[in-house]
Ligand binder design. Structure first.
Ligand code: SAH
Length: 375
């Protein structure tokens, strides 16, 4: 049942970040290879390292600002090469100033989103997308409601992080964490995601430590199995959202393909192989999955060490769900605690700017039936 995207084997550590960056950049500019680009511009080799460093470590967004390059070369490169594959279309900042959501256009006009979260206590997190749209159609998710458009390239994925980090840096906030919790299913675009991780991780470039990166999956079992063998310290989060198959299949159609027992077997395999803690995302939907019985069943399912549950308040979408009451969430957490399952109730960020997965893009799309449409 292996997905074609899951078949190549190089782990992120073995992926040459600068080469990934350069070959994608020159291809976007219409060159077949870095060699062709080098010849066309009579560019000495060491310039490649300088430019890569300026763009990924110093976060320069324009050749004009790369002062190690001669002025003439800066002018030539500005005309032939772009330093970003994502273009900002819109942004919105929550009233409390903690969350900024960015809507980007890719070169073909597809729209994707990223979020910057400024946490109290100094942490700054980027939330980025891995696909334009998503094929998984989770009931509660705005991205799924919009459908799947295409995979993002490693460079497109990485460029969102560069953009968000640049914004954070302009506010004197170093980016400390990054989560793949924007649009798309990272494990259905496995290789591009791992290439992006190699870029994020690269000591001579973006230099974000693996332990500060989290990949969240809706439960693509072959992806979890392959990830278990990567030998990286990246965190894994599983979007579980329901403790039994009937409920989970209703909420997340992917559960038909990889039901809970299969998913949990893969997750246990991951814990055994890596000795790393697994995070579970559990969206709290009033009257759906927030009963005491659900908490008990969830605790039974997880058991054992190295598990942590994040209880997430639902952000409203077009779906007919509502958020669980805070008291219900606390009671649910208490049941988990009594059964030895550690959990955190997530603080909602960016409610007022539609910061849940896929929501900003949905706002810019014409509605299927629009009352304001001209007749
Ligand atoms: N496909 C991946 C990553 C993208 S979704 C996954 O499923 O994990 C990132 C997280 O946002 C998931 O846990 C997802 O369930 C959650 N999410 C989706 N819609 C949401 C909403 N309306 N409110 C709150 N969280 C939501």
């Amino acid at each position: 049942m292996t997905h074609p995207a899951l078949e190549t084997t190089a782990p992120p550590a073995a992926r040459d970040a600068a080469a990934i960056w350069w070959s994608a950049r020159v291809k976007d500019a219409g060159f077949a290879s870095t060699d062709d680009f080098e010849k066309a511009h009579a560019l000495p080799r060491y310039r490649f390292a300088q430019i890569y460093r300026a763009a990924t470590k110093d976060l320069s967004d324009s050749f004009d600002r790369i002062s190690v390059l001669p002025t003439e070369l800066r002018a030539t490169l500005s005309k032939t090469l772009s330093l970003s594959s994502v273009k900002l279309e819109r942004e919105a900042t929550s009233k409390d100033g903690q969350t900024t959501k960015f809507l980007f256009a890719l070169v073909d006009g597809k729209e994707i989103e990223a979020v910057l979260m400024r946490h109290a206590g100094g942490r700054t997190t980027a939330c980025i997308s891995s696909q334009a749209g998503c094929a998984l159609k989770c009931d509660f998710c705005a991205t799924g409601q919009g459908g799947f458009f295409r995979h993002m390239s490693a460079l497109e994925i990485f460029d969102q992080a560069v953009f968000v980090a640049r914004r954070a840096r302009s506010e004197n906030l170093p980016l400390t964490n990054l989560v793949f919790m924007g649009m798309g299913e990272p494990f259905l675009n496995y290789d591009a995601v791992m290439d992006a991780v190699a870029l994020l991780n690269h000591g001579e470039g973006f230099n974000l430590g693996a332990r500060h990166i989290t990949i969240s999956t809706a439960g693509v079992v072959p992806g979890i199995e392959r990830f278990s063998r990567e030998g990286v310290q990246i965190n894994l989060a599983i979007s579980l959202h329901a403790p039994d198959d009937e409920m989970r299949t209703k909420l997340m159609p992917i559960n038909k393909k990889w039901p809970i027992a299969t998913l949990m077997k893969a997750v246990r395999g991951y814990v055994a192989a890596t000795n790393r803690k697994v995070f579970y995302e559990y969206l709290m939907l009033a009257g759906v999955n927030d009963r005491i019985e659900d908490a008990k069943q969830l605790a039974d399912l997880l058991g054992g060490p190295l598990h942590h549950v994040n209880l997430i308040p639902y952000n409203a979408t077009d779906a007919p769900f509502s958020r669980s009451q805070p008291a219900t969430m606390r009671r649910f957490q208490e049941v988990l605690r009594m059964r030895g399952v550690p959990s955190t109730i997530r603080h909602t960020m960016g409610d007022d700017i539609a910061a849940a997965c896929g929501q900003l893009r949905v706002e810019t799309q014409p509605k299927t039936i629009s009352a304001a449409a001209p007749v």
